[in-house]
Design a protein around this ligand. Sequence first.
Ligand SMILES: [Zn+2]
Length: 169
Amino acid sequence: MEIRVPARITRRRAIGELKFIVDHNVGKLARRLRMMGYDSVFFSGEDDSAMVKQALAEDRTILTRDTGIMRRKAVSSGRVRAVLIESEEPEKQMRQLTAAFDLKGRARPFTLCLECNAPLENRSREEVAGRVPPYVYRTQTQYMECPSCHRIYWRGTHWEAMIRRLEKL
Ligand SMILES: [Zn+2]
């Protein structure tokens, strides 16, 4: 008789992967975190409990300026991780997060679409022909495309602006 050992279900997930859910009161953080490669969803609803539920279901850290959220049971008990953002300024907000997590050390710049948080896919120059400005096409060889909104990204101005921002942190 053959004994079958069930295949172990392995979930591909980076160790210590940081994912965020960004409350609307600190909305600018979503783009900045995506720039660094951190999966960040924007929460625009008014129902705090829906945000806490989503954070729990998707294992995301809540970023908010709302002290009410910090007092919620799921958060105060530690079941859901949340960070109360102190400043109103995005630069200072990023600095607070960098101090709280090793954001720079774990950053994977330009892996996520800034608009929709989808993982970017590599594209060759030929594949983006006619879809980027001529001067970009002439000077850039590496491109990425968002499979969801079809925006094209390339190293160059986006990239340099981001590196500068990272250095400021
Ligand atoms: Zn996109």
